[in-house]
Ligand binder design. Structure first.
Ligand code: SAM
Length: 377
């Protein structure tokens, strides 16, 4: 039986050096870049509601760390702007739901709420505050129903939907082998690449159907996830190379006798970075949403590298290699530790940092993503 993703996946907890909280700069850049779309979504929902309503916003795959509350802070700011623009006395209240898998470090989020409220709560003298708001954590997979029918106005999700519900059965059962790759690499057989794609199609369709039930009519959804520019399956874009280099690093531990070859052969990442066309096809096939906007965003692999020029040189490949390795470790640590054991982690990510550094010496690389803004039909 294929292992469901909630049994194995989890970002590194806490706020230490290797935690997700300390290594989530790339998603933060995407959230900031997509602010105009979020603003549009918030304004559209705000103006469609009567002044005394409760506006319900849910963030899916919120994780822990600064990004989990960044969305709440931004929406509060946008509501405050809307209030000022309309110049009308509104008694709107806001309900935020923060969703992630049960293994998520919700405690870290909850513990930071006091400080967050101190800055943002609508209290006398805090003119900038938007409206009374309430934050609730919702543990569970977004591949299941999470909310009552027609109860949410706006769904947001950033860097979460490329995670599949499971590794495709054909791979987890050992019927298909992936030639030492942990995702879609150059030597991945086309049949294997295809089962990843099919799993994405099944999961994304299910996700859209579930959210369509939970959204109010006219509700909005803003989704950002890893995606690829190229339609070519085997060249899974630059994001594929990132995983290929991790496969290479694991293979080098196999050669040193630190990892068993069978362990590597039975490990595959439960994720898929769809092309824009693949995303569009699923949305249009089920016909439950209008696409208001769809486009690519891309950032350098190194989360600390803010140069947006596509061809810029990597100034310090060794340093960038370390940064990339840290950010990938914060996302994959529990998954890798669960399969290979904790004791390979330090060595694996030192090797990975140097393999990535070597790659970046020749060429800069980007992490492409897809942004989709949808309205419930
Ligand atoms: C890379 S983090 C992104 C966190 C945050 N949204 C951000 O932009 O920084 C991806 C999150 O998605 C969550 N996730 C993956 N699959 C999920 C699922 N099926 N249901 C709910 N959350 C999921 C993971 O647990 C993880 O916390």
């Amino acid at each position: 039986m294929a292992m469901k993703v909630e049994k194995v996946l989890g970002m590194a907890t806490g706020d230490g050096e290797n935690s997700y909280a300390a290594n989530s700069r790339t998603p933060m850049k995407a959230i900031r870049e997509n602010m105009p779309l979020l603003q549009k979504a918030v304004e559209q929902v705000y103006t469609s509601l009567s002044p005394a309503s409760v506006m319900v916003i849910a963030d899916l795959g919120c994780s822990s760390g600064p990004n989990a509350l960044l969305i709440v802070a931004e929406v509060l700011g946008m509501i405050s702007d809307c209030n000022q623009k309309t110049n009308e006395k509104r008694d709107m209240e806001l309900q935020f739901f923060l969703n992630d898998l049960p293994s998520n470090d919700f405690n870290l989020v909850f513990q930071s709420l006091d400080q967050f409220h101190n800055v943002t709560r609508k209290e006398e003298g805090n003119e900038a505050a938007a409206a009374p708001y309430f934050i609730v954590g919702v543990p569970g997979s977004f591949y299941t129903r999470l909310f009552p029918k027609q109860s949410v106005h706006l769904f947001h999700s950033s860097y979460s939907l490329h995670w599949l519900s499971k590794v495709p059965e054909e791979l987890s059962s050992g019927n298909y082998l992936n030639e030492g790759n942990i995702h879609i690499g150059k030597t991945t057989p086309p049949l294997v690449a295809n089962v990843f794609r099919e799993q994405f199609q099944i999961d994304f369709e299910l996700f859209l159907q579930l959210r369509s039930k939970e959204l109010m009519t006219g509700g909005r959804m803003l989704l950002t996830f890893l995606g690829r520019k190229s339609e070519e399956m085997l060249m899974h874009g630059e994001i594929g190379i990132m995983w290929e280099l991790l496969s290479e690093s694991l293979q080098s531990l196999v050669l040193k006798g630190r990892v068993e070859k069978e362990k590597l052969d039975s490990f595959n990442l439960p994720l898929y970075a769809p092309s824009m066309e693949e995303v569009k096809v699923v949305i249009n096939r089920i016909g439950l949403f209008h696409i208001e906007h769809m486009g690519p965003v891309a950032f350098s692999w190194d989360p600390q590298d803010d140069d947006t020029d596509d061809d810029h040189e990597v100034l310090d490949p060794a340093n960038s290699g370390t940064n990339v390795s840290k950010s990938i470790r914060s996302v994959l640590e529990p998954l890798i530790a669960g399969h290979f054991g904790e004791d390979i982690l330090d060595e694996l990510f030192v090797v990975y940092a140097s393999v990535v550094a070597k790659y970046l010496e020749k060429k800069n690389a980007k992490c492409p993503s897809v942004v989709v803004f949808l309205k419930k039909a």
